[in-house]
Ligand binder design. Structure first.
Ligand code: MG
Length: 470
């Protein structure tokens, strides 16, 4: 009578092993707002405000040539979540409370892709892909949503603009107006930890797009006054604490080796705000530009047992690559419609892989500002935002809009984009200009009056008596 029992036990053990082997990895993405390249100690900050992120880097891989698709909030998030250059899917700039548009329901987000593979999905933080119900996270693959629909400065206390009350939303319901922003990072973190605990037995996708360190800066009492860098440093410390809480939870639940954690920023620092903005040193300029300070962001990925500890990758990679890479790692189908990102799983999992991008496009809302191939970056003539005088105490500074002419930079030897070598390298200029024609043909370029062939519209509210504004 023992044999059937033993056999049943054996079968159960085999089944358990098979399920474990089949279980795809959990995915956690922490996407902070306006954090500069040099704001983490492991990326060169002189301030010791990021012990948990530095430890995460020591346990994983730093990506030192990692790009967002446009150095501004909505466009950057659209690219991360869909794997597309944001202009391809009609999301440009930063959507405000008056916006009648948002992410099109035909686009496939990472959350939808993973939900199709049986994942539990949640977002705790800033959405910024449309605030009307049809655009909210719950309509785009997320089971659970708690956070702000757009930027935390789009509220009645904005120093120079007029905004309505700022809603805090749970799923699709506004639960509070103008919430106490010093609590946001804590609230998002508590929800993130609870979500991991509740879903420890099944695959999950957790997306934590913090409101901070976007101005106005707020920090909870427990982190206030702790940084030598002042309020901005305190806010960074609280974000670092938050990452520490998430990692600690994964470790406690023995989920480390089955969880890929990605930490990065939506764009470079908002330099106009002086000490309330971050640092992108040694890069040029910051948020709102196609210079490296705007689009190159710190990125750390951690997956013990899969990603080599304490390693670094300097190959070109970008937020548009996150969706196709996750699809590869979890065995999901790519969206049927065209996306721009490429699978960079070999950059995560091996040491000698090369970037799959022969060329990378730096689009801004008015067109193609620059293009990169290998070490070369070519800027096309365009105006960009420059800070003449940074503001103080959270007030914006004085800006101008200088114009760059055609300029070629060697990023390997001139990371600050200071020495225009276009005259000395006409063949490189010709090659990158030809690449740019492909981009313009595909996605257009208002600066050269080109119309793209492959643009898709954003989602849009139905017109109500012509009352909807952009
Ligand atoms: Mg931002």
């Amino acid at each position: 009578m023992q044999r059937p029992l033993i056999l049943a036990g054996l079968l159960m053990a085999v089944a358990t092993i098979a399920v474990a082997a089949e279980r795809p990895p959990n995915i956690v993405i922490v996407y902070v707002d306006d954090l500069g390249y040099a704001d983490l100690e492991c990326f060169g900050s002189p301030s010791a405000d990021t012990p948990h992120l530095d430890r995460m880097a020591a346990q994983g891989r730093k990506f030192t040539s990692f790009y967002v698709a446009q150095a501004v909030c909505s466009a950057s998030r659209a690219a991360l979540l869909t794997g597309c250059y944001p202009n391809r899917i009609g999301i440009q700039g930063a959507l405000g409370p008056a916006a009648a548009n948002g992410i099109n329901s035909d686009e496939i987000t990472i959350a939808e892709l993973l939900k199709g593979r049986g994942y539990a999905t949640a977002i705790y933080g800033k959405w910024h892909l449309g605030h009307h119900p049809q655009f909210l996270p719950t309509r785009h693959g997320f089971d659970d949503y708690f956070g702000l629909p757009y930027s935390n400065d789009m509220w009645p206390k904005h120093p120079t603009a007029k905004f309505p009350d700022l809603p805090l939303i749970e799923d699709e319901k506004t639960i509070e107006l103008n919430p106490d922003q010093s609590k946001l990072t804590t609230w998002y973190t508590e929800r993130a930890v609870k979500f991991i605990e509740a879903n420890k037995q099944r695959p999950f996708f957790l997306y934590v797009p913090h409101a901070m360190p976007h101005v106005p800066l707020f920090v909870s009492e427990k982190h206030a006054g702790k940084s030598e860098r002042g309020l901005y440093g305190d806010v960074i410390r609280e974000i670092d604490w938050s990452v520490g809480q998430i990692l600690q939870t994964l470790t406690k639940l023995s989920l480390d080796e089955n969880t890929l954690v990605i930490f990065t920023s939506d764009n470079g620092p908002w330099l106009s705000y002086g000490t309330h903005g971050g640092s992108a040193r040694p890069f040029r300029e910051g948020k709102g530009t196609a210079w490296e300070g705007g689009v190159r962001v710190p990125c750390v990925m951690r997956w013990p047992g899969k990603i080599q500890a304490n390693s670094e990758c300097s190959e070109l990679a970008a937020t548009i690559d996150v969706l196709p890479t996750i699809a590869k790692l979890v065995g999901a189908e790519l969206p049927a419609r065209k996306i721009d990102g490429l699978d960079i799983s070999s950059l995560l999992l091996t040491d000698s892989a090369k970037t799959p991008h022969e060329v990378y496009w730096y689009y801004w809302a008015d067109g193609l500002h620059a293009i990169r191939s290998g070490k070369w970056k070519l800027h096309f003539p365009h105006n960009y935002v420059h800070v003449d005088l940074p503001g103080e105490n959270g007030l914006p500074g004085k800006l101008s809009q200088p114009k760059t002419e055609l300029a070629l930079y060697d990023l390997e030897n001139d990371i600050g984009e200071l020495d225009n070598v276009s005259v000395q390298n006409p063949e490189v200029v010709a090659k990158l200009t030809a690449f740019a024609e492909v981009a313009r043909d595909d996605l257009g370029d208002a600066l050269t009056k080109r119309v793209g062939k492959n643009l898709r519209p954003a989602g849009r509210l139905p017109q109500v008596d012509g009352a909807n504004k952009k």
